[in-house]
Design a protein around this ligand. Structure first.
Ligand SMILES: C[S@@+](CC[C@H](N)C(=O)[O-])C[C@H]1O[C@@H](n2cnc3c(N)ncnc32)[C@H](O)[C@@H]1O
Length: 228
């Protein structure tokens, strides 16, 4: 557990403001919520790697007609969510498990600031699971911090390595992220969006299917591997 996590857990009622302040150093989550809302009106949202529920809080506000499911391998999924409990569900599980449960597909699937926490060889499987969970006419959204600039690009690495305490954190360049998505999602068209403030490192890419079929747990193309 990183020093940041230890301190946060001792803050009591100040934990949420402190977590919000820390996150705001890197990304304007309110802005991201509004940008997501401008992409469409999903009825069913899945967030992969939902963490404490900071983005869930925004999404259930800006998309009042949507139901939200957040999954995360961590046992604390959704721990700090304070929005409408009837519209948000949190599960401590991985994508491979959710795929085998074969839920109704989601109109919007989000992977926000998660891929750099997953070892590179396992990222394609998680991205393909995300695609399998996306409705035929749905949208998959990936937001990552790109490490292109020498000093600014390393800020998030230092924070995740020494404050969050993830020893294996490994950021991609914007080109590497795009290549990962293009290789993992050949049946999707990718769209690059303008960065999320306050840093141009906050890269946002959306993917929409070009065809009309979707992988299911029974399909021969299933390629998920369990994630920790
Ligand atoms: C920085 S948090 C992002 C939380 C949330 N998406 C947000 O933007 O507020 C990264 C999360 O990714 C999760 N994570 C790590 N490996 C994962 C995996 N293989 N599949 C899904 N989530 C994972 C971590 O447990 C952590 O909660």
């Amino acid at each position: 557990m990183g020093i940041g996590t230890i301190i946060r857990h001792r803050l009591g009622r100040l934990e949420i403001p402190a977590a919000e302040l820390y996150r705001a150093c890197f990304i304007d989550l309110d802005h991201l919520g509004r940008r997501i809302a401008a992409l469409g009106e999903p009825k069913r949202i899945l967030e992969i790697g939902c963490g404490d529920g900071a983005l869930a809080q925004r999404l259930t506000t800006v998309l009042p007609a949507a139901d939200y499911l957040g999954i995360d391998p961590a046992p604390s999924a959704g721990r700090l969510y304070r929005g409408d409990p009837d519209r948000a569900e949190f599960r401590s599980q991985d994508t491979a498990t959710l795929v085998t449960q074969d839920p109704d597909p989601f109109d919007l699937v989000l992977i926000v600031d998660v891929l750099h926490h997953i070892p590179a060889p396992r990222r394609p499987a998680v991205v393909r699971d995300a695609a399998a969970l996306t409705a035929v006419d749905g949208q998959l959204l990936v937001k990552e911090w790109a490490r292109d600039r020498p000093v600014i690009g390393r800020l998030a690495y230092w924070a995740d390595r020494y404050v969050t305490g993830d020893r294996d954190v490994d950021f991609m360049t914007a080109a590497q992220l795009r290549a990962l998505l293009a290789d993992s999602l050949p049946e999707f068209a990718l769209t690059d969006h303008s960065p999320i403030p306050p840093w141009r490192e906050n890269v946002l890419v959306t993917a929409r299917r070009t065809g009309t079929s979707r992988r299911t747990p029974d399909s021969p193309a299933a390629n998920s591997q369990p994630v920790a």
